[in-house]
Design a protein around this ligand. Structure first.
Ligand code: IMP
Ligand code: MG
Length: 190
């Protein structure tokens, strides 16, 4: 690939916030903790929120030694720009399987206002699972508008718009192995 293409993200990057080694180390720790907590559970299902949770899921599941299923749920907030949440969330793509009676662990990239997770947890709760817990790679507690119990958090971060490791900048750069802060002048204000 041409060098200019490989480094296309650099003009949007203010700084690397969490480098690849730190992400991987923390993901391994979370996996070990989850493994210990779910020891003996035989109906664990990881529910990955698309699209941002994909890279986190695929790394995290390699560190979860408890047998488990995976499934995917795509939701979107509508009437929002990158920085404003309206609280209106809808399902774009539902799970493929049943969750009744199963122990669910929601795998999310980042929690901001909390509206997305509130909606997802309510939808799943209505299907009568055995339990619901949440693991988020990143958490911006200062942005919270609605209380959400986060069972496992990778990193708490300040109120900065970040990208990489599953998180997009206008749908691109989810493949970066690190979490970077977006340069202010590169954010499209909507
Ligand atoms: P919430 O409903 O406000 O908690 O929003 C959560 C969703 O907003 C996440 O799943 C992300 O898709 C998106 N989001 C929030 N903050 C960021 C960010 O800093 N970078 C990229 N996406 C973000
Ligand atoms: Mg998302």
């Amino acid at each position: 690939m041409h060098k200019a293409m490989v480094h296309a993200y650099e003009r949007y990057l203010k700084e690397v916030l969490i480098d690849s080694d730190a992400v991987q180390a923390r993901v391994a720790e979370l996996g070990a903790q989850i493994t210990a907590d779910y020891e003996g559970v035989d109906s664990l299902m990881l529910i990955c929120l698309l699209k941002g949770g994909v890279m986190f899921l695929t790394d995290l599941m390699r560190h979860i030694a408890v047998p488990h299923e995976i499934d995917f749920l795509a939701v979107s907030s509508y009437g929002r720009g990158q920085r404003q949440a309206t609280g209106k969330v809808r399902i774009d793509m539902d799970l493929t399987g049943e969750v009744t009676g199963k122990h669910l662990l929601i795998v999310e990239d980042i929690i901001d206002s909390g509206f997305t997770l509130r909606f997802v947890m309510d939808v799943l709760q209505a299907r009568h699972p055995a339990s619901i817990k949440l693991v988020a790679l990143l958490d911006k507690p200062s942005r919270r508008k609605i209380a959400i119990p986060v069972d496992y958090t990778g990193f708490q971060i300040e109120d900065k718009f970040v990208f990489g490791y599953g998180l997009d900048l206008d749908e691109r750069f989810r493949n970066l192995p690190f979490v970077g802060v977006v340069r202010e002048d590169a954010i499209r204000h909507e």
